[in-house]
Design a protein around this ligand. Structure first.
Ligand code: ZN
Length: 276
């Protein structure tokens, strides 16, 4: 009788261990899947960029041989020809494919705005500089008053994260492809802490040009400047900004500058006289 009892206890204990082990495996599996799930989302953006760049590349080829050679030479010396900006803390900074942030730059006033986010709590994508966070809250509140639901998708991206994306591209698609098609670390506006990709809550995380066809996209185009933001990569200005139209990518510059840029319908580059 006693033996049977001990036997049953032992079996129960063993089953318990098995279950615990199984549970741990499941949790591990889930975490891995989450990590994995996050990657393609970043790639969607990189892929978008790829598509845009490919189109631009085609246009450049069409321009004729003389100019093409010149472009190739510039490409080869890309790194040396990059200007390192000296005002990374200014809301008037201009970062683009020719102008990079100083090595290791990280804003020291990153916060989460009190707005709906797509990314899970604790994700650095929720971060944005304090001054821009306040403005983003105003912007979201104003949209809400007009019965529109916005969601913040992607804000701060660290140098290391961009490096990871870039190097991943090098590993999977080759150096040439990566150099040509993905933003080098230090040249992404998301590293400044002044940019936020915004989507319609109903079509969350759909960062496509068709966003402009949504009420939210249209509203942003008309009202973002009233809260200090510009549509950083406007339609038809690819040759100036280096990026195709991105109706979802907001950049904080302050109300005064944003309004002037909006009224003049110019790019940030043109506004600061950085485009000949
Ligand atoms: Zn963006």
């Amino acid at each position: 009788m006693k033996k049977t009892a001990i036997f049953i206890l032992l079996i129960t204990f063993l089953i318990g261990c098995q279950q615990e082990n199984f549970l741990a495996q499941q949790i591990e599996k889930r975490d891995t899947q989450q990590d994995y799930k996050e990657e393609p989302e970043s790639f969607v953006q990189v892929e978008e960029e790829d598509k845009e760049q490919a189109e631009q590349g085609k246009e450049e080829e069409d321009k004729g041989n003389g100019e093409k050679q010149e472009n190739e030479q510039i490409d080869e010396n890309k790194d040396d020809s990059l200007t390192v900006i000296d005002n990374p803390d200014s809301v008037s900074l201009v970062v683009n494919k020719q102008r990079k942030l100083p090595d290791g730059f990280e804003p020291d006033d990153l916060v989460e705005a009190n707005v709906p986010y797509h990314a899970a709590e604790g994700d650095p994508k929720r971060l944005i500089r304090k001054v821009a966070a306040d403005a983003l809250e105003d912007l979201f509140a104003a949209a809400k008053e007009d019965d529109l639901d916005l969601v913040a998708v992607s804000g701060y991206r660290s140098y290391d994260r961009q490096k990871q994306i870039y190097e991943n591209n090098v590993a999977t698609k080759g150096q040439d492809h990566a150099d040509k098609f993905s933003a080098k670390p230090g040249t992404s506006e998301h590293q400044t802490g002044l940019a936020m990709d915004v989507a319609s809550a109903a079509l969350v995380a759909v960062l496509e040009q068709s966003f402009i066809e949504t009420e939210e996209g249209q509203w942003l185009e008309d009202h973002a400047h009233e809260h200090g933001f510009i549509i950083r990569y406007p339609e038809g200005k690819e040759d100036i900004t280096g990026y195709s139209y991105e109706p979802w990518h907001l950049r904080y510059v302050g109300k005064e500058t944003a309004t002037e840029i909006y009224q003049a319908q110019v790019t940030l580059e043109e506004f600061f006289g950085l485009y000949p």
